[in-house]
Ligand binder design. Structure first.
Ligand SMILES: [Fe+2]
Length: 162
């Protein structure tokens, strides 16, 4: 009886699945956002360091691709958007640099932080770009876009210090 009660007390994992409602209408960006959700979902206590490493590498690639597309399209809010990405990097670095040891709760907290940031950012700022992109018939990014100067130095400095 006691065991049953203890099992019931366990928290359900915090999971937000990707859904089509998160699309901004730019295929490459949508595909990369979807993969970010998959990586956040994969976070668990046993492999949190390894998955976070993979996730942060992917974030760098994704931000760089998105920024490159914005810059090449002539998106007027490009600089502002770049700062939002930098803010995310700083917030993530604060979270990871807090010195708090990993636990089930801490991993849940990380997933919650990442999912909330992603959804808020995608549904506000990336969607704004998606609408602008559609209305301006902008250039579609090549899937082979690589890291740009815009974020490479910043992320390298930030994550090298972890
Ligand atoms: Fe973005």
């Amino acid at each position: 009886m006691t065991e049953t009660l203890e099992v019931k007390k366990e928290k359900a994992p915090y999971v937000i699945e990707w859904r089509d409602g998160f699309k901004i209408g730019v295929a490459q960006v949508d595909q990369e956002h979807r993969h970010l959700f998959t990586l956040v979902r994969a976070l668990n206590l046993a492999s949190v360091d390894q998955t976070m490493e993979e996730l942060l590498e992917y974030v760098v690639t994704h931000f760089s691709n998105e920024q490159d597309l914005m810059e090449r399209s002539g998106y007027p809010a490009f600089e502002q958007h770049l700062r939002l990405h930098e803010e995310f990097a700083a917030q993530t670095a604060d979270f990871l640099g807090s010195g708090i040891e990993w636990s089930e709760d801490r991993v849940q907290e990380l997933r919650r932080f990442l999912n909330k940031w992603l959804i808020g950012h995608i549904m506000t700022h990336d969607l704004r770009f998606g609408k602008w992109h559609a209305s301006h018939n902008a250039v579609v990014a090549s899937p082979s876009v690589r890291t740009t100067r815009s974020s490479r130095g910043f992320f390298a400095r930030l994550f090298a210090s972890r």
